[in-house]
Design a protein. Structure first.
Lengths: 248, 258
């Protein structure tokens, strides 16, 4: 428990140090874009597939339950639309980013720490925060909203496919889209994007903190990766609850 | 900084103590390294040689005492970026995700020290000097241990350091490769006059290029020797360290293995 608190404390320190290094952003912009592209490339296919099925499952389960109440299925579009953009889109994208990107960041930085590459940077008077943390953090902040929007759209499409093709749902596609358009406003999408940015901060900061604090050998690298995933998921869900409460 | 680069740099350690998790690793060390000289820190494994190098490089902080570079406390040296301290790590610590060329160019590029053309010229010159020409586009993982150490030395030299620190430069190398590394370090010191501190347990290295030698024993540093006086040291520990006796009838050999 103490180690987790220390990791979170160090993650906060890294965030503040990154703010201090922002003056070097123009020189690191290439690296930021490179990390953003890598994150997008690694995560986009899996986000697409899972979002499509998540939207479909949501429409199927909700549609089946609403079937018992006459006329209630007309709200299916709004339910899928709001669930995806306010909650499931950002949350699922965050979990996937943790698994695909957060774990890779921790493994890479932990390996650099264990094999003294971080020390080598320090002896060259180069800041690990500037070279390693800031580009990843900004890359994550750039890519997370795009991935979330992509996840929302695929989720909505997944819901529409189910509405269109499953017999127990008695509404047609146009009612689904009309309901979705009526309830999903810019504010709901923005709320989801605010969450997405906060989750990205948590994922990258915790992944970098755990990676940079790794000491020992190859075994500790593996332990750090596991620790990152667990810590990040706990932090994301805790943050999600309080942010949802604040935004509602 | 450029003006000070012309002046050779000396190191002075006064009452340096380092405690890790309640365990005292280095106890009240006092020594000085004169400008342009090669100081070799010897001692068995686990006596704190690498810890002391990390303290001099500013990677860790002393628990008490202080280390000065030309009379300036190390903290101030680091803060003002007054002197360049290059540390060549035991395993090289090359950046595995970068090619050899990018490894060597990183320092210049990040500090915006010179143009890409000048960087290429400098790297080519140093690689030629170290017999490493042609490996620029290779990745560190494809190099042998000896080559990694030489690339690490190249990276250290390219920084144009005032002080060069080496952590076990000849460990895990065959005698021939080790002697070529010793020759390199010696010639770099002789030709460029860079103050050098080497942590090693290699007596060949200490005898060949060391001007002064300190032997660490349980975290303490006794007398400072020259290569000649070290071989005739009136100290049982040092005599045993330099000429260990090999006992084939190990008294604690477990009976179940017999």
């Amino acid at each position: 428990m103490m180690k987790i608190l220390e990791d979170w404390q160090y993650a906060l320190v890294l965030l503040f140090k990154t703010i201090g290094e922002l003056r070097f952003l123009p020189r690191q912009w290439g690296r930021c874009m490179q990390h953003a592209c890598n994150m997008g490339y690694q995560t986009l296919p899996i986000v697409g597939i899972l979002s499509l099925f998540m939207g479909g499952i949501l429409a199927l389960q909700t549609g089946y339950s609403l079937n018992k109440v006459p006329g209630a299925q007309n709200f299916l579009g709004s339910i899928v639309g709001l669930s995806m953009c306010r909650e499931l889109g950002p949350l699922m994208t965050a979990f996937l980013l943790t698994g695909r990107v957060g774990s890779a960041i921790t493994a890479e930085l932990a390996s650099m720490a264990v094999y003294q590459e971080i020390d080598a940077l320090k002896t060259m008077n180069l800041s690990p925060v500037r070279l390693l943390v800031m580009p990843r953090l900004l890359g994550g902040l750039l890519m997370m909203p795009l991935l979330t929007i992509f996840s929302n759209i695929l989720g909505w499409v997944g819901g529409w496919i189910v509405v269109h093709s499953v017999d127990i749902i008695s509404i047609n596609g146009s009612i689904y889209w009309r309901g979705l358009k009526k309830f999903v406003d810019i504010e709901s999408i923005n709320d989801g994007l605010i969450k997405a940015e906060l989750f990205a901060l948590i994922i990258i900061a915790v992944s970098c903190a755990v990676g940079l604090r790794t000491r020992g050998g190859p075994r500790e690298i593996g332990a750090s990766v596991t620790s990152t995933i667990v810590q990040t998921m706990v932090a994301i869900l805790t943050c999600d609850f309080f942010v949802s409460k604040w935004l509602l | 900084m450029t003006a000070e680069k012309q002046t050779p740099v000396g190191i002075e350690a006064k009452h340096v103590t380092k405690v890790f998790n309640g365990k005292t690793v280095l106890k009240d060390l006092n020594f000085s390294v004169k400008p342009k000289e090669v100081f070799v820190l010897m001692g068995p494994s686990g006596t704190g040689k690498s810890v002391l190098l990390r303290l001099i490089a500013g990677l860790d902080e002393v628990t008490s005492g202080n280390i000065c570079i030309n009379g300036t406390p190390l903290k101030e040296v680091k803060r003002k970026n007054k002197y360049v301290l290059g540390l060549v790590f035991q395993a090289g610590a090359l950046f595995n995700s970068l090619s050899i060329f990018d490894n060597l160019a990183l320092y210049f590029r990040e500090h915006c020290l010179c143009s890409e053309k000048e960087i290429t010229a400098r790297i080519e010159r140093v690689l030629e000097m170290l017999n490493l020409k042609g490996i620029e586009q290779q990745m560190p993982s494809s190099l042998s241990g000896g080559m990694k150490k030489r690339v690490a030395l190249a990276r250290g030299l390219l920084m144009e350091p005032d002080v060069l620190l080496f952590d076990e430069p000849t460990s895990e190398l065959d005698l021939l490769t080790a002697s070529s590394i010793i020759e390199l370090i010696g010639s770099v010191n002789r030709r460029l006059g860079i103050t050098t501190v080497i942590a090693s347990h290699d007596i060949l290295l200490a005898k060949s290029i060391g001007h002064h030698i300190g032997v660490l024993q349980n975290g303490t540093l006794g007398e400072i020797y020259t290569p000649e006086t070290l071989l005739h040291a009136d100290n049982a520990f040092i005599r045993n360290f330099l000429n260990p006796t090999i006992n084939l009838d190990h008294p604690q050999f477990p009976s179940f293995l017999l």
